[in-house]
Design a protein around this ligand. Structure first.
Ligand SMILES: Cc1cc2nc3c(=O)[nH]c(=O)nc-3n(C[C@H](O)[C@H](O)[C@H](O)COP(=O)(O)OP(=O)(O)OC[C@H]3O[C@@H](n4cnc5c(N)ncnc54)[C@H](O)[C@@H]3O)c2cc1C
Ligand code: HEM
Length: 418
């Protein structure tokens, strides 16, 4: 199936997106396939970067002022999110199945912003106007039709998923803070009690909106397997200048309320896999791995215990914020083996070094399911080490816990792996 590309460049834009042809250039560039036209025009728009993003939102809000309140008040740092999604879509034109699941998830997640089906044409018009404005002579009728078809297909997938989820789930969940434990000056373990049942799989993450920042959502991994009492724990590290993380670590108290988006992410336990697990956690990347380990222990059969290995990395020993809990888990389940690696303190007692170097010396077994979680540079380097060691891709599951385009501009947890 060819997703997003409906008509090989020959069709007409939908009624909602018509009206842009009058600005198409008179020049006659070569005829490109739909995929080529989309990739080419997007690369041109990408070159102008922020100007295109500013134009897009300027146009969207000027023509549809009623949409402005859906977005955060200050959008400077975050306004490229939609464009980042487009980059992902354009880069994935050749893997439609992955794109389909991404857009479906995005669509149901958009319910928490208050987005409705009728809002999509306005966004589509602003998008096509932006592409037209910055593509120069590459903006041909074929390119326009290709983008219109692609946007329409994305709209169909997103709205269908949103409609389906509306049959059984609220757009967001309200939750009470029932635990707030500061484990270090910058890390808090937060426990939430959602008002309504919140169903998720161990290893998934959810968006949280703090009481302080209206309409600002950030993803955080749930750090426990689903429990009978419905409580959710999170390991939140306050990043310097971070809006939501600082609010949750430093300005949130018991009894406060936060909102939760729907569960997301596919780093879950592999169904039917009873073999060994090899888990590598950098900083607060421990959270989803702890949930997965709890789940694996809960599912483990008495006659077939799963062997589980967890390596937790930090810059210094004082940042190993969850050790007492992890030791408790290890003493309860002897098939779990936990070790630590510290990268920035030569005087520490245990294993020293960056996680990719440490796992290169202590490789998983070939049949292990490997789970890696932490800052993107660490995750990427660990994946390289594992692949070089011959581990098959399908055995490696990884979720970076920071936005890909913002990897190196903070002093956060990046140094664990880089
Ligand atoms: C799938 C996923 C799961 C995540 N799980 C967790 C989790 O369990 N625990 C947790 O603490 N965080 C987690 N994060 C990171 C979290 O979503 C936020 O990015 C982080 O808390 C910063 O948000 P903020 O609003 O405080 O900072 P912002 O106001 O968005 O940014 C402020 C500054 O911090 C930088 N920055 C943004 N994110 C990070 C980061 N992750 N590391 C270092 N610098 C950053 C920005 O570039 C900017 O300079 C996860 C992220 C993803 C994508
Ligand atoms: C094909 C169509 C669309 C795509 C691909 C898309 C993509 C995205 C992505 C990737 C994000 C960031 C999500 C995150 O970080 O969790 C986002 C955020 C958002 N989108 Fe969309 N979106 C689409 C349509 C719409 C529409 C129709 C609206 C309605 C006006 C909308 C409103 C928003 C809002 C309010 C946010 C939050 C912005 C922020 O926090 O800065 N989107 N979108």
């Amino acid at each position: 199936m060819t997703i997003l590309i409906g008509n090989n460049g020959a069709g007409s834009p939908s009624p909602g997106l018509r009206g842009l042809r009058n600005v198409v250039s008179e020049a006659e560039p070569p005829v490109l396939s739909s995929t080529e036209a989309i990739t080419h025009t997007f690369s041109l728009v990408n070159q102008v970067g922020d100007a295109a993003v500013a134009y897009f939102y300027g146009r969207l809000f000027a023509e549809n002022p009623e949409l402005r309140p859906m977005f955060p008040a200050a959008m400077d740092a975050q306004r490229d999110r939609l464009f980042r999604a487009l980059t992902r879509i354009v880069h994935s034109l050749s893997t439609p199945e992955r794109m389909e699941s991404y857009l479906s998830q995005l669509g149901l997640d958009h319910r928490k912003y208050g987005v409705l089906t009728e809002h999509y044409p306005a966004v589509g018009r602003a998008l096509l106007a932006t592409l037209c404005r910055f593509s120069g002579t590459a903006w041909t009728p074929g390119a326009e039709a290709a983008w219109a078809g692609a946007y329409e297909r994305a709209t169909q997938l997103m709205t269908a998923a949103a409609d389906k989820s509306a049959e059984h789930s609220p757009p967001w969940w309200s939750a009470e803070v029932v635990g707030h434990e500061l484990r270090s000056p910058t890390l808090a373990v937060l426990t939430l009690r959602p008002d309504e049942p919140f169903r998720y799989h161990a290893g998934q993450y959810v968006s949280i909106q703090s009481a302080q920042w209206h309409r600002v959502w950030r993803p955080f991994s749930v750090a426990n397997a689903p429990r009978a009492d419905g409580l959710l724990t999170f390991h939140i590290r306050a990043v310097p200048g971070g809006w939501v993380s600082s609010a949750l670590v430093h300005h949130t108290r018991m009894g406060d309320r936060v909102n939760l988006g729907p569960p997301q992410g596919s780093m879950t336990l592999v169904a039917g896999s009873g073999g060994g697990m090899f888990c590598v956690a950098g900083g607060s990347g421990l959270a989803p791995l702890k949930a997965l380990i709890e789940q694996a222990i809960a599912e483990s059969q008495p006659d077939q215990r799963r062997r589980i290995r967890l390596i937790v990395g930090a810059r210094c020993e004082s940042e190993l914020y969850d050790l007492p809990d992890l030791w408790r888990l290890e003493s309860y389940y002897p098939w779990l083996h936990i070790s630590t690696a510290v990268s920035g303190d030569p005087d520490c007692s245990g294993v020293k070094g960056m996680l990719p170097d440490v796992i290169a010396r202590q490789l998983p077994q070939k049949d292990d399911d490997v789970y890696v979680s932490g800052p993107s540079p660490m995750v990427n380097k660990c994946m390289q080490v594992l692949r070089t060691a011959g581990l098959r891709n399908c055995r490696i599951h990884a979720d970076p816990v920071d936005p890909p385009s913002k990897l190196t501009d903070s002093a956060g947890e990046d140094s664990i792996g880089s």
